[in-house]
Ligand binder design. Structure first.
Ligand code: SAH
Ligand code: DHB
Ligand code: MG
Length: 222
């Protein structure tokens, strides 16, 4: 018996757990129309992020890498009244598409997209004495993941949940010194995550519509 493909099973799971949603579909259509790359999290991954943020009781969420705001919509919908999502994006065009998509989803008031290189905008958040975030999703440029982790820890408190996308890269991360800069970033990030005494972490391998990759999940210790 041949097994159904991972992509087919992803579709089956999407039908069950992520019913049609006008705002999310609009965000995907508008992103595609604007020429953004279709590299957002899958629907089931978006739902997973949403559930984790709710389980963490997150009132303040930080995202690195907004793209067209697809994962930001999933995450912002996890916020309670008065909660806030801040998302950092390098490309002003991506940020403009994301702001419009968040507004279309009715989330303009509880979200903010900050344009700039995340290394700069993270430093600005720290300098301004930002309150700690309860949930952080790292999904921007992969080579900077190790440095992003350091900055994110400065914007955390004990109990903050840190999730990072794309840390398996179809197994390219296995090489001791991956030649691909993205896999190299993920390799160094995973090692840092495992070694940092301030964190408890693991990585889940993921398959499906986006191919074979993984998400890291960590909690900042008390
Ligand atoms: N989280 C999104 C996907 C993000 S794709 C979703 O799932 O819907 C990665 C994004 O990171 C892209 O929009 C890219 O422009 C942005 N990015 C790349 N380098 C960056 C940097 N140095 N600082 C901030 N964002 C960056
Ligand atoms: C790719 C996938 C991602 O989830 C991402 O954040 C960046 C790039 C990719 O497949 O190229
Ligand atoms: Mg990603």
């Amino acid at each position: 018996m041949t097994s159904p493909s991972y992509a087919a099973i992803d579709q089956y799971l999407e039908q069950l757990f992520t019913p049609p949603d006008e705002a999310l579909e609009h965000a995907l259509r508008a992103s595609e129309a604007a020429g953004l790359p279709a590299i957002q999290v899958s629907a089931t991954q978006g739902k997973f992020l949403h559930l984790m943020a709710r389980m963490a009781g997150a009132r303040r969420i930080l995202e690195l890498g907004t793209l067209g705001g697809y994962s930001a919509i999933w995450l912002a919908r996890a916020l309670p009244q008065g909660g806030r999502l801040v998302s950092l994006e390098f490309d002003p065009k991506h940020a403009a598409v994301a702001r419009a998509n968040l507004a279309h989803a009715g989330l303009a008031d509880c979200t903010e997209v900050i344009v700039g290189a995340a290394l700069d905008t993270l430093a600005t958040l720290v300098q301004r004495g930002s309150a700690p975030f309860d949930f952080i999703f790292i999904d921007a440029d992969k080579p900077n993941y190790p440095t992003y982790l350091d900055w994110c820890l400065r914007l955390s408190r004990p109990g903050t949940v840190i999730v990072a996308d794309n840390v398996v890269r179809s197994g390219a991360v296995l090489a001791p010194a991956p030649s691909d800069a993205n896999a190299h970033g993920a390799h160094a990030f995973n090692a840092q995550l495992a070694a940092d005494a301030r964190l408890d972490a693991t990585v889940l391998q993921l398959v499906g519509g986006k191919g074979h990759d993984g998400m890291a999940i960590a909690i900042v210790k008390g």
